[in-house]
Design a protein around this ligand. Sequence first.
Ligand code: ZN
Length: 297
Amino acid sequence: MSAQALFGAIEAGGTKFVCAAGYGPRAIEPQFRQVIPTTTPAQTLAAVGDFLERVRRQAGAFAGIGVAAFGPVDIDRRSARWGSILTTPKPGWSDVSLVTPLARFGCPLFVDTDVNAAALAEARFGAGADADSLVYVTVGTGIGGGVVIEGRTVRGMLHPEMGHIRVRRDERDAQFAGICPFHGDCLEGLASGPAVLARWGAKLESLPDTHAGLDIIGGYLGQLAATLALVLSTRRIVFGGGVMSARLLGRVRAAAERQLAGYLPIEARAGGFEQLIVAPGLGDQAGITGAMLLAAG
Ligand code: ZN
């Protein structure tokens, strides 16, 4: 039997749960990886339990399990609902506890948002390994962001929900009402994957370079980046998720630079906006690496 501490990690997403286990955040065991589609809570969480049970049978008891969850999720350990998904438009998932089914493993449990966990991993091992502060934004089915300042994720009343800020409308986009069920034309309502599909009938990646949609979406995300630079002053703003691409990232940088209009001393630094607004260093592994980090520290 190994004397090393064994950790479990769950990246609980709206479309899939990525499960992993290993002996440290960068030491996931290849045979202990499983992707489970997100269906009903009962079915999905039973499959997660089966995975962890298999790991325990083969490798021994867990020293800790980290859960990086889609939000909104209660991450306040003092709360009675700690570890539960809060009110979500995702059918069946409101008020579902992600941690209750894990109690039987008898180890410490850790919960944070998927984007906070991804930010933690990017700050430790990825795009922010040389910086002390970082935001990780994901642009996909929804838009969310996590924040790490000096090695700790930002959490408070809830957790950052920066996908729902208001942005100034592009005048070429005035007719679209937006699709956020809460706010209509908040950032997520305008710039998420489903919002792109709703007005142009295609994914952003399939639109030609000359299509205005790229500039419009890049403009909205650039407004978020400029706002983050002004409010949080982090040294990195990482943009990941299924909607992002190199050509979109370039437009996000350009829009942020336009909006800030020389106010912050970013241009003066080597690399300027290319240093500030970057792609993930860990690719699509940021979330699960972050979940391992929650457990292993
Ligand atoms: Zn919204």
